[in-house]
Design a protein around this ligand. Structure first.
Ligand SMILES: [Zn+2]
Length: 438
């Protein structure tokens, strides 16, 4: 994670990460004014206008400078609207100047604006289309009822056609006026340069050109959605051959922080690795080629899931696979895991959540920003600390989690994607019977 979080007296934040390798720097710089600050597509639209001209550069000049200076990019998420680049330090000053110009000085030409509406509409169609092809994305949306539908989500990110057609240059100016202030500014940097050098650049190219608000701004907390759907089967119709399915069991964490508790990871891995359990049995019976097990922590929320995900050729196989899962659960409930199973997990498991691993400047600078939004100034865990968390996995703790998770009173959510024209889909109660055998 980061080496340093620095807050200027005017409220602006630098997240700084030093990397020894490469004489290069990556930045993500922007403001707290993402989707959740407007909910109507305006933040994302604003981002599109970054590249349509500034007070210093024409649109053509921006295109030229994206190859001559640095390949500047931009993105909008729930929290932020950002520009980003990764560049050799030889061109760092120029890149900072270019990034700051694009972020801060957009001109909002009415004709370019109306052309861009069409581009955003195209992007929205592609977003819906891509999401619908992913059974994992569809499942995610399904289990979080408050997430509403894919279409609602798309309207929120990209805007409805009606809204897009009414955006005026004035709307964009007002938006910038409200949100582009020092205490909403945040920059994440990964570099081999010293912090003081970076701080100087941030001041010179960004902060000196951003106004301090008269009253402190409101920074909204990261939005998280509870898994709030009751048990059910979610069918996503398409014309593909075969069926993709994901089955998850919801569990209440009751305030327990599973982020640093690897019991469920150990259980999930054993379902995938042990020769008498789920994965190998599904393969042995020839029911599916790709089948995985997984756990999701749902960020800070009190709910999480453990589940399986597979692709298979027929709808009947889904029942057979769930029955294999049910058999595995029976075995686990009876015998738990052995000390050898647990030791093997500790040896092999690579914690992807918090440990340091080789990753590019580009990935790291973005990751650090997300982690900061989620976990604040919390420090990364050391290898020693992670080992201590491992030590907490025992045969007894595993048994407790088996009882808690594989409990027939827990909600079970199933998403199946495929062609249901002549398919016999079971009810959620029937599927649950297969998973939780009596
Ligand atoms: Zn876009």
């Amino acid at each position: 994670m980061y080496n340093k979080i620095y807050k200027f007296p005017n409220g602006a934040t630098i997240i700084y990460k030093k990397r020894k390798s490469n004489k290069a720097t990556a930045i993500n710089a922007g403001f707290y004014c993402g989707h959740q600050y407007a909910n109507n597509g305006l933040p994302h639209f604003f981002e599109h206008m970054f590249f349509k001209g500034t007070t210093k550069r024409s649109m053509e000049q921006i295109i030229d400078d994206r190859s001559a200076i640095t390949f500047l990019n931009a993105y909008t998420n729930n929290d932020l609207v950002c520009v980003t680049f990764y560049q050799s330090n030889k061109r760092l000053e120029q890149s900072f100047e270019f990034a700051s110009d694009v972020l801060l000085n957009s001109t909002f030409d009415a004709e370019k604006l109306s052309n861009e509406v069409k581009v955003v509409q195209e992007e929205k169609i592609r977003y819906i289309d891509n999401s619908r092809k992913s059974h994992m994305v569809m499942h995610e949306m399904y289990i979080k009822k408050n997430f509403k539908s894919l279409e609602t989500q798309a309207d929120r990110i990209f805007g409805t056609d009606d809204f897009l057609n009414t955006i005026t240059p004035k709307d964009l100016e007002n938006y910038r006026d409200e949100h582009f202030v020092t205490d909403k500014f945040i920059i994440s940097v990964t570099t081999n340069l010293s912090f003081s050098k970076i701080k100087k650049l941030v001041k010179k190219y960004f902060l000196n050109h951003i106004k301090t608000p008269e009253t402190p701004s409101t920074i909204l907390p990261v939005e998280v959605y509870e898994i709030d759907r009751e048990s059910g089967v979610n069918l996503v119709q398409n014309n593909d051959k075969g069926y993709k399915a994901v089955i998850t069991i919801k569990m209440d964490a009751d305030g327990h922080n599973y982020r640093y508790d690897y019991n469920l990871d150990c259980l999930s891995d054993s379902l995938g690795d042990r020769k008498d359990l789920y994965h190998y049995e599904v393969r042995r019976q020839g029911l599916a080629y790709s089948c995985r097990t997984g756990v999701d922590y749902n960020n800070f929320k009190n709910t999480l899931w453990i589940g399986v995900d597979f692709t298979t050729s027929s709808i009947e196989n889904i029942s057979k696979i769930l029955s294999v899962l049910g058999d595995s659960i029976q075995i686990l409930k009876k015998d738990g895991l052995s000390q050898e199973d647990i030791d093997l997990f500790k040896e092999n498991y690579i914690i992807s959540r918090d440990t340091r691993r080789p990753s590019s400047h580009k990935d790291l600078v973005y990751d650090n920003l997300l982690k900061y939004l989620r976990y604040g100034e919390e420090k990364a865990k050391t290898a020693k600390q992670i080992e201590k968390f491992y030590d907490k996995i025992t045969k007894e703790s595993i048994m407790e989690n088996i009882t808690k998770c594989f409990n027939k009173d827990n909600d079970v959510h199933i998403t199946i994607m495929g062609d249901f024209t002549n398919a016999q889909v079971k009810t959620i109660e029937e599927y649950k019977q297969l998973v939780f055998k009596n």
